[in-house]
Design a protein around this ligand. Structure first.
Ligand code: CO
Length: 167
């Protein structure tokens, strides 16, 4: 772990596993213990995601094979913590650019469901339901794939150059 400082806030930053690595392609175990270790993992993963300028991070990307992911696309939903998440319903489709913190500099067009309904647990183990569409739904689907050892590169329709990305 290292310490970074962004906007006056001190962040605890874990090192991100880059492809290729077995841990990125191994299905994760369900979380059973909602304890202080989990809280720390969630906090450290969120800091790591912010430090890396990402919108999502899954536990295998920091070497932990547990069904834990964090997402924050910078919208009104803020910080989303997904523990043992499951997609209950999915509709429509969208195709758009995607990248991954475990594949620096690599971007590709990926087809995803446009709208999803997800059931997950929060850091205290309480079940909740989240509905998402568009970019948020894309980010959540990408992270849930990580928890099953599935990488976005297995779904890329066409690789794109970083210069072709909007914004
Ligand atoms: Co990723």
């Amino acid at each position: 772990m290292s310490i970074a400082c962004i906007g006056g806030t001190t962040l605890a930053v874990l090192s991100i596993v880059e492809y290729p690595a077995d841990v990125l392609e191994t299905p994760c175990e369900k979380v059973k213990r909602f304890d202080r270790g989990l809280t720390k993992l969630l906090n450290d993963m969120y800091d790591t995601m912010l430090d890396a300028d990402g919108v999502g991070l899954a536990a295998p990307q920091v070497g932990i094979l547990q069904q834990v992911a964090v997402v924050d696309i910078g919208d009104e939903n803020g910080r989303i913590e997904l523990i043992n998440p499951m997609i209950l319903e999915s509709t429509g489709e969208q195709v758009g650019p995607e990248g991954c913190l475990s594949f620096p500099g690599l971007f590709g067009e990926v087809r995803r469901y446009d709208t999803i309904k997800v059931r997950a647990q929060n850091r205290r183990g309480k079940m909740y339901i989240l509905k998402a569409s568009g970019y948020l739904a894309r980010a959540i689907q990408h992270e849930i794939d990580h928890l099953h050892g599935i990488l976005f590169t297995s779904k890329v329709l066409k690789y794109i150059d970083e210069s072709e990305l909007e914004g």
